[in-house]
Write a protein that binds this ligand. Structure first.
Ligand code: CO
Length: 283
């Protein structure tokens, strides 16, 4: 595999214009691409973050179905708005799709096609613990992301992406072997009822998390009750307190900033973020 980093994290929404009021206007992310891909029946919007302050460059992709007969429309109908897929950047997407198929993974695309992020292809979530994975090879000379997002939140980039799985150690081993991630640590946080494994791919951090007590009723446990899959996006921001004040003034519910694992953090209610569970991590 020639996978280099997490290129983007995608969410499905009913109305991209409404979602932009949160992601563009409130978080301050710039829009780099906004277009309808007719053959996929979706409108896609890419909002890049340049990376820095310990967070990695990454884009948020907002997808809105524009027809009823697509997989994305069915996803929205069945599950509502929320996280949809993670995209791994590839330097040879045709070869990486072939390698995934040859490794016995269930595929949605066996050969690349055109997508928002370049030449792309999808792997089936059933082979990857409920996580829908896209490979993307951006066009040569793809425009560099614009500067740092504007405003008091201004996320610099992806701090880490969390997936809920039953057995973090086993899934971490599988993702190392399959996709070239490197395990960088294990966490056990009884106060948060979380045990997890951290993986790195080119500076992008993916965390596999499971509840320590699976009889609890916290969001991670409830997510896992619905099955394994993407759970939370943690964004690196310069000043968590300022970001929280700005979001609260706009009516977004956030937890009081608290230092966890040495960094100030706040957790946002998923409703205003269109079903996405967000965490802000201070630098
Ligand atoms: Co995508």
């Amino acid at each position: 595999m020639s996978l280099t980093r997490i290129h983007h994290v995608a969410l499905v929404v009913a109305d991209a214009d409404r979602a932009l009021r949160f992601y563009r206007d409130l978080l301050g992310l710039p829009v780099a691409v906004d277009r309808v891909i007719e053959d996929q029946g979706v409108r896609g919007v890419l909002l890049p973050m340049p990376g820095g302050d310990g967070a990695s460059a990454c884009e948020i992709e907002i997808i809105q179905p524009v027809r009823d007969d697509t997989g994305v429309a069915k996803f929205l109908d069945a599950q509502g708005e929320g996280l949809h897929h993670v995209c791994l950047q590839s330097t040879d997407v045709a070869a990486d799709l072939r390698a995934a198929r040859d490794a016995g993974l269930r595929m949605i695309d066996e050969t690349p096609r055109d997508g928002l992020a370049g030449r792309i292809g999808f792997l089936h979530p059933k082979s990857n613990h409920g996580i829908l994975i896209e490979f993307a090879q951006p066009p040569a000379g793809a425009p560099h992301p614009p500067g740092r997002p504007a405003g008091p939140v201004g996320p610099a980039g992806l701090d880490h992406l969390v997936a809920a799985v039953h057995d973090p150690a086993a899934v971490a081993a599988r993702f190392q072997q399959r996709f070239g991630f490197r395990e960088t640590g294990a966490l056990r946080q009884p106060a948060l009822n979380v045990e997890s494994r951290l993986l790195d791919l080119g500076g992008s951090v993916l965390e596999f998390a499971a509840p320590i007590d699976s009889a609890a009723s916290d969001p991670l446990t409830r997510r896992l009750d619905r099955g394994e899959g993407l759970f939370m996006v943690a964004l690196g921001v310069g000043d968590v307190a300022a970001a929280v004040a700005h979001l609260r003034a706009a009516g977004v519910k956030c937890t009081d900033p608290a230092v966890i694992d040495g960094q100030p953090r706040s957790f946002l209610s998923p409703r205003p973020a269109h079903g996405v569970r967000l965490q802000l991590v201070g630098s």
